[in-house]
Design a protein around this ligand. Structure first.
Ligand code: AMP
Length: 555
């Protein structure tokens, strides 16, 4: 399946002329790394290790098997997999077969997968079989009467609830079985033929927007610019083939693919892939002598817990992301000689990252500087194209060599989400500050209506629409409530004809097949929702009313 000019606006080729993009696809970049680092370890997980050579051979074989199944270059493949060794093999196999991974997540359910699979016209669905929730039976149901889904693929050993041999499982094809009998040279030839159809500026991956609207938006990332994003990140952090990069956040997210999978590979480094559970990642980092790690808000308290840093003496670099950095954690890391800095990034592109030689205060208080010399940033007065005065807070808008010019098949939305000259309106608020004469970006909140639950973004608008489908709810507004571990959780204010509690609302959303991380964890019934003087729901007033906010009568 090929994309057309109507699918998403093309990037500006000036970035290739400027020497930032290479004329290579992601698999071609990977092949260069494999040639240089064949015997070096590419990935370590709790399940095992793979050298670059092994990863190359196994992903070749599976890529060839995917093509033999009848999948064609350009076909989209939904992913519901977690941080496992096979996930990395699957990632490169899909790209080598010229298939387009769609970065859906294991926790997504019918509500998300039905919409995204249709939007992406997915042909295959790759699920992890070993999770407590039976994704095989789930994916089988999704494929029933689906206009395009034809293939169900699995990694991991099926759970007890869906043993191989059950009707659902029997249609599922274990990824590892693909291309099993193929000679390596034959597999290589099939991959080469598929790759011959791909241009470096073709669609490589569909990432998911942490969006603000009721319907999910897909982010089209292209081969050359996506690899450039990752390589520039590894370079900013001074990584080499000797670096061991630990990653603990879901790997299929943009941060996982860019900052961990591709960035580590771009320099021939080793990816140490952990899971969210400290009981597994602490010993994994310790055992593998990992030296760099990216952590989000959800990890801040785990890293600050007694004994945790003592147990990981190999760490040399910690990149903090997703929220303001607590002074105490930063001080503790630096006291131990661990270089600490920040990342502000997004699936749509723009990254701001601390520089290795930034002064301590800049690394603690700011998100550093834009990753590329050709990134352009404007701080605009919201809903206008007017720049704010120097030092003032404005909406962060960006254009550059790895920032999209438009979402996938979303022309109407693109008119609102981008300025007339192609800057992406991030919905985040920022201001410029300076340390030692250098300009740095401070993040000052956001205007977009999302809740950031431990890094997973929840669109308030989406959840509000779903709540309104409840027969007793006539009005709904969802806002963030502070949470010590996750940063934020969703709190719903509802006008309803009867008392509703959290289980009522969660039961309703569960019945609609909504991913659990979006379910409100607090429900407040009100007589009416506060309104601004133009009649819009006053979310600022509601945030003050959130139980536990310190301002609410309850809290
Ligand atoms: P995603 O595309 O899911 O990676 O989400 C990107 C969004 O996460 C940004 O637009 C911000 O709202 C938020 N974000 C990312 N990094 C940071 C950070 N360092 N500080 C505050 N918010 C962040």
């Amino acid at each position: 399946m090929t994309t057309t000019v109507d699918d998403f606006p093309a990037q500006d080729p000036v970035y290739r002329t400027a020497g930032l993009w290479e004329s290579l696809t992601i698999p071609a970049q990977f092949a260069k790394v494999v040639a240089q680092h064949t015997d070096r370890l590419a990935v370590i997980t709790a399940e095992g290790v793979l050298s670059y050579g092994d990863l190359d051979a196994r992903s070749d074989r599976i890529a060839a098997g995917l093509l033999q199944l009848g999948l064609d270059p350009g076909d989209r493949v939904l992913l519901q997999i977690t941080n496992r060794l096979e996930s990395i093999i699957a990632w490169y196999a899909l790209l080598k077969a010229a298939l387009v991974p769609v970065a859906t997540l294991a926790p997504h359910r019918e509500h998300e997968i039905n919409a995204i699979s249709r939007q992406a016209e997915a042909k295959a669905h790759l699920v992890e079989a070993s999770l407590p929730f039976d994704l095989i039976t789930f994916a089988t149901a999704i494929a029933t009467n689906h206009p395009t889904l034809r293939h169900l693929l699995t990694i991991g050993t099926p759970t007890k609830d869906a043993p191989l041999g059950s009707t659902a499982a029997s249609r599922a094809i274990p990824l590892e079985s693909l291309g099993a009998g193929l000679d390596p040279a034959e597999a290589r030839a099939l991959v080469a033929a598929a790759q011959a159809t791909v241009d470096p500026d073709d669609l490589a991956v569909l990432q998911l927007s942490g969006g603000t609207t009721g319907t999910p938006k897909l982010i089209p990332r292209q081969h050359a610019e996506y690899w450039y994003n990752a390589a520039a990140y590894a370079e900013r952090l001074g990584w080499t083939h000797e670096t061991r990069v630990a990653h603990l956040i879901p790997v299929v997210h943009n941060a996982g693919i860019t900052c961990a999978v591709h960035a580590a590979a771009s320099v021939g480094a080793t990816l140490v892939l952990g899971t969210v559970d400290p009981a597994t990642w602490v010993p994994l980092i310790a055992r593998t002598n990992a030296d760099a790690v990216l952590i989000g808000h959800g990890h801040f308290s785990a890293f600050a817990a007694p004994g945790v840093l003592d147990a990981m003496p190999s760490l040399r670099q910690v990149i903090l992301s997703g929220a303001k950095v607590p002074d105490r954690l930063f001080d503790e890391l630096e006291r131990r000689g661990i270089w600490s800095g920040q990342l502000f990034g997004m699936g749509e592109g723009l990254f701001c990252v601390s520089n290795l030689d930034d002064p301590r205060e800049a690394r603690l208080r700011t998100v550093g500087t834009a990753l590329s010399p050709l990134d352009e940033i404007k701080l605009l007065q919201p809903d206008t194209e007017l720049e704010v005065a120097d030092g003032e807070v404005g909406e962060l808008c960006a254009r550059g060599p790895y920032t999209i010019r438009g979402y996938y098949r979303a022309a109407d939305h693109n008119r609102r989400a981008f300025t007339s000259d192609g800057f992406y309106r991030t919905g985040d608020l920022a201001r410029w500050g300076s340390y030692d004469g250098r300009a740095y970006l401070h993040i000052e909140g956001r205007i977009k209506d999302v809740i950031n639950r431990g890094g997973e973004k929840i669109s308030a608008d989406e959840v509000e629409r779903l709540l309104l489908a409840h027969p007793s709810i006539s009005q709904a507004a969802v806002v963030a409530m502070p949470d010590a571990r996750l940063g934020e959780k969703a709190c719903a204010f509802v006008v309803a004809d009867r008392d509703l509690d959290v289980p009522d609302v969660q039961h309703h959303l569960s019945a609609l097949g909504v991913a659990k991380f979006k379910w409100p964890e607090r429900v407040v019934r009100v007589a009416e929702l506060p309104r601004t003087n133009v009649g819009k729901i006053d979310k600022t007033a509601l945030r003050r009313l959130v139980p536990g906010s310190g301002n609410s009568p309850a809290g």
